[in-house]
Design a protein around this ligand. Structure first.
Ligand code: GLC
Ligand code: GLC
Length: 650
């Protein structure tokens, strides 16, 4: 769009631009800047337009973008051009991800590089390496309390190791996902040190207060994220003699995005990581970016504007890089992190599908799919060119963040139903063999979340201890069923390291004084590579799970209707144990796939006639995952306990 005011400002900026920038060949940069500048300017103006130094800040913004473009390695610039042409590249069903801690998976970055073949063996081609940056010693929230955004933790390696890893991954067509912890820094970050020393410039990077007046006002409407270990949202800093806003842990200081200098710093860091070869950047805790008195300080309008601005700027300097929004919030809020419009108000291309994750766990506990069906029915349709990250487990807890209205529509009472789920997964409920642990228990609100490894949550740990083969089989079936869902739903499936081997809870965190208060560590394992070898020995649990997942992943990649073009139809059926949806092609006449999942511990049947047009297509169906025909009697499809099908007409 051409608009006079922003165009004039852009001309002024370009006239004043530093010679080291103006001397470069910036053809692609200028084309993209011209295309995006109206958006950039209006967002920057809305956020910071009332400041006297607005023009200077705008100048700095453009120079930051230009300088990072200049530093962008040639091969990444080429990749940008390729991805600009093939702009739907990240929607493909070819991508299958895994999230891991470098230390737990392979000790070091070099170790990780040596294990890349493991991903290829399983079919993983997108790897999220969780934070590897320098953190305070002791507690660091698993790396999410960053002390230096440009320095690798010496425990895992060096910057050179990251670049080599990225190179080697690219050679093998594996995408690298890295975090940018945009919402806060550790209290040991240089900025915090300067703030503590009383330097105004850096005090303005955070929210600090000399007394409790403003903090107390905020506290009236802000929830607590870690109520047990870090109650409240402010921490007294003795040295600074001020309160500082710390929404997460007391050593994680929230950044002040009402200061454009903070925005520019963080954009610079995002582009820096894009230039180190990250294909995808996971923007951590994005729901929290804007603080406003009287609100929960989550999902504020300005948080979205900040993300739109980050996206617009990144598209100018590194358009091949896409963002993942980590916003674990209510379903209606979650969807907004894709942006309001696919072109003029884009935010993140990818977002965590926390709703689907929590609903899947509901189906596991209740052994029926009522809430799962209801929750998916209520999930708003997302934007074009946006995709989910579908997952079963991740390094965080499971929050039961579905909508109360959906719970009510299933004739459950919300508080009681949530209590049941927590009891079920912490093994308190009769007949439950789950071994989860409570996380984030809040005595004021009654809220609780759940920690635990996938295998332990679906009963494998208990089954092994009791030597119950039937129960072992059932847990394996559940592990595969849940993966069968995230691999077919539409979006990028993200496996969690260790789950492909049936890794159980790891209690060793209890001996570490810095970890013992945080039960999430129970599901952040160190991979036992000797045990992992058993994936090659038929009859072992590792083999059963690994080989089944490997097959599932390979088959997924062959099914083009599994690419995510909002081409899914939820099919409501009478049998409450079943979750049924169809995947279809929007344009091509390619074969549709019917996904049928049974969350009950008994076989269930589905009358194909109930499926309308979808049912009539399946006269001689084949289950693509097993390569076999499913059992059908007359018009009833029989789905074994904890079983699923990916059905296609032969
Ligand atoms: C994100 C991370 C989580 C961390 C939090 C604070 O939600 O996934 O592990 O505790 O941000 O950084
Ligand atoms: C809350 C936050 C989420 C974070 C999690 C960590 O759910 O919304 O961002 O990952 O806490 O436990």
């Amino acid at each position: 769009m051409y608009e006079q005011i922003s165009h004039t400002l852009l001309n002024d900026i370009l006239n004043r631009i530093k010679p080291e920038i103006s001397e470069q060949d910036l053809r692609h940069f200028y084309t993209r800047l011209g295309a995006n500048f109206y958006g950039i300017h209006s967002l920057f103006q809305r956020l910071y337009g009332d400041r006297d130094d607005f023009d200077n800040q705008a100048q700095k913004l453009v120079e930051t973008m230009a300088q990072q473009y200049i530093k962008r390695p040639e091969k990444l610039r080429q990749l940008d051009l390729e991805r600009e042409k093939d702009y739907n590249w990240f929607l493909s069903q070819q991508w299958v991800g895994m999230a891991l801690y470098c230390k737990g998976f392979a000790d070091t970055l070099q170790g990780l590089q040596k294990r890349l073949h493991y991903f290829q063996e399983l079919g993983i081609n997108l790897v999220h390496v969780m934070p590897i940056l320098r953190c305070p010693e002791g507690s660091s929230d698993g790396g999410y309390a960053v002390s230096d955004f440009r320095e690798i933790s010496p425990e895992v390696g060096t910057m050179e190791d990251v670049r080599k890893l990225a190179d080697e991954m690219h050679k093998r067509d594996i995408l690298l996902v890295l975090d940018v912890v945009v919402n806060h820094t550790s209290n040991k970050h240089d900025w915090a040190t300067h703030a503590r020393a009383g330097e105004q410039k850096y005090l303005d990077y955070y929210y600090t207060f000399e007394n409790r007046n403003v903090p107390d006002m905020f506290e009236q409407s802000m929830p607590e994220i870690f109520p047990e270990t870090a109650p409240g949202n402010f921490t007294w800093d003795e040295e600074m003699g001020r309160w500082v806003m710390t929404v997460f842990n007391d050593y994680q200081w929230d950044l002040n995005y009402s200061n454009p200098a903070v925005f520019i710093e963080m954009l610079d860091i995002i582009l820096f990581w894009a230039n180190q070869g990250a294909d995808i950047l996971r923007l951590d805790a994005v729901a929290f970016l804007w603080k406003k008195i009287g609100s929960t300080c989550q999902n504020e309008r300005e948080a979205h504007l900040i993300l739109q601005l980050l996206k617009d700027c990144c598209q100018v300097s590194a358009p091949g890089v896409v963002f993942i929004a980590e916003a674990i919030v209510a379903p209606v809020e979650m969807i907004k992190y894709f942006g309001e419009d696919a072109v003029i108000a884009k935010e993140c291309e990818i977002a965590y599908n926390a709703t689907f994750m929590a609903l899947l766990w509901d189906a596991v506990a209740t052994k029926n799919a009522r809430l799962l069906n209801q929750g998916i029915k209520s999930l708003p349709v997302k934007l074009e060119r946006a995709t989910w990250l579908n997952y079963v487990r991740c390094h965080d807890d499971i929050g039961l963040g579905f909508d109360d209205r959906d719970i009510l529509l299933c004739d459950y009472e919300p508080a009681r139903h949530r209590r049941f789920l927590v009891d079920y997964f912490t093994g308190k409920f009769d007949h439950s063999h789950a071994r989860g642990l409570p996380f984030g228990q809040n005595t004021k609100t009654g809220d609780t979340r759940i920690s635990g490894s996938l295998a332990s949550l679906v009963g494998l740990e208990h089954a092994l201890e009791s030597g119950d083969n039937q129960a072992i089989d059932d847990s394996i079936k559940l592990i595969l069923l849940l993966h069968g869902m995230i691999l077919s739903f539409g979006g990028i499936p993200l496996l969690y390291y260790g789950d492909e081997l049936g890794t159980l809870n790891d209690d060793s965190y209890r001996d570490d004084p810095y970890k013992k208060g945080d039960t999430r560590w129970v599901h952040r394992p160190s991979i036992d590579w000797d045990k992992a070898e058993r994936r090659n020995t038929p009859g072992t649990i590792e083999y059963e799970i690994f080989s089944a997942l490997k097959r599932m992943i390979a088959v997924r990649k062959e099914i083009d209707v599994f690419a995510d073009f909002n081409n899914r139809e939820l099919l409501e059926v009478e049998n409450p144990h079943l979750f049924v949806f169809g995947r279809y092609h929007l344009q091509k006449q390619s074969k549709h796939v019917l996904v049928v999942a049974n969350f009950s511990d008994k076989p269930q049947h589905l009358n194909l006639e109930d499926l309308g047009i979808w049912g009539t297509q399946y006269r001689f169906p084949v289950d693509l995952y097993r390569g076999e025909s499913p059992d059908i009697f007359k018009n009833s499809l029989v789905i074994p306990e904890f079983g699923f099908y990916w059905l296609c007409e032969q």
